[in-house]
Write a protein that binds this ligand. Sequence first.
Ligand SMILES: *Cc1c(COP(=O)(O)O)cnc(C)c1O
Length: 424
Amino acid sequence: MEMNFSSERAYALAQDAVDSLRHYRSLFHLPKGKKGGEVIYFCGNSLGLQPRTVEEALLRELKHWREEAVEGHFRGEMPWMYYHKFLQPQSARLTGAKPEEVVVMNTLTTNLHLMMVSFYRPEGRRRKILVEGGAFPSDQYAVESQLRFHGIDPEEGMVELLPREGEHCLRTEDILRRIEELGEELALVLLGGVNYYTGQFFDLEAITRAAHAQGAVAGFDLAHAVGNVPLRLHDWDVDFAVWCSYKYLNAGPGGPSGVFVHERHGDRPDLPRFAGWWGYEEESRFLMRKGFKPMRGAAGWQLSNAQILSFAAHKAGLDIFDEAGMDALRQKSLRLTGYLEFLLNRLNEQSRRFEIITPARPEERGCQLSLLALEQGRALYDYLTENDVVCDWREPNVIRVAPVPLYNSFEDVWRFVDVLATIA
Ligand SMILES: *Cc1c(COP(=O)(O)O)cnc(C)c1O
């Protein structure tokens, strides 16, 4: 990829002018800043912007409810009874899965637990779970409590991967070596696809292969990966994955979660699971018989009937992704984040205020760059906020900035670094 960037504003504007995805920005509501203009929104890794089509999608379901009441389950273009199916093809395209390998249900941490119930099956010496050191807190608590649930001391059962001394990210070779070392003590590898703090995108295929070579299961939390980086979960042979929809997928606060279960596990009624009626074989669900018979595929892990309003908002966001296409988004993302990195490095040459801890190799990251502030990080962050930049602060001293290819522009990136440059 050519990376002959320039720090001139005119260059950024020219890039926007030839960006084939530039019209997608107008499909979203951008908040207004204190100064009246649009904010520079680099927080899509935390909460994606509202697609303009969401309101209409919600109003449509409210109308359906108002006019059809209980019959809404069976009538109309998208009867509620089958609503999860309307999200399957798009979720599958985003994750590189077959439609029956994915389902949207519940929320992320709930699904992480449901997956671990089925796929973390400690037996004999094989009981350890390999995680990233400093994993997202919810994931840590989920793992810790699952271990306790099986009567295993988390101190013993949870193995954390830590970067080498003086480094911030994990080296693939170190991850693979650790998996090999754990050998037959390893039950499950559970990593974020993209680490929420450093922005590192792990080599999920190599990690899955290494886990399988030791007879362990490979599962991933894709909260920061889905809609951000290209995924091929089926081909990579991943066992299971979970994600949320309110970050890069723009489904709104508390939006529903997605789940992937590889097809080789999809037709195993013998797998232990926590079951509910919506995972029951569709043809006979309403006979309300005793004895749980799961549907084939990921849908067999569903518990409850669909949360229609949040699914409708999610669908509106997915429609946009489907139209833009993940390949085109990734191509733009590589350039957009590359440009941000270029401008930041240039600024740092003048006076060194931060270190970019996200991997420099584009294939090892998504759109986010994490800046480790070398001094007065909080003041730097507050200054950005005062100047209508929305990004986020992670203790102890990291500022995460995520230029999202769907709605951010090269000009946003240029303006952001321009604000940074003016700090006294
Ligand atoms: C955002 C995020 C979560 C949030 O979990 P919820 O159950 O949706 O509140 C969990 N894990 C990771 C890695 C995340 O990035």
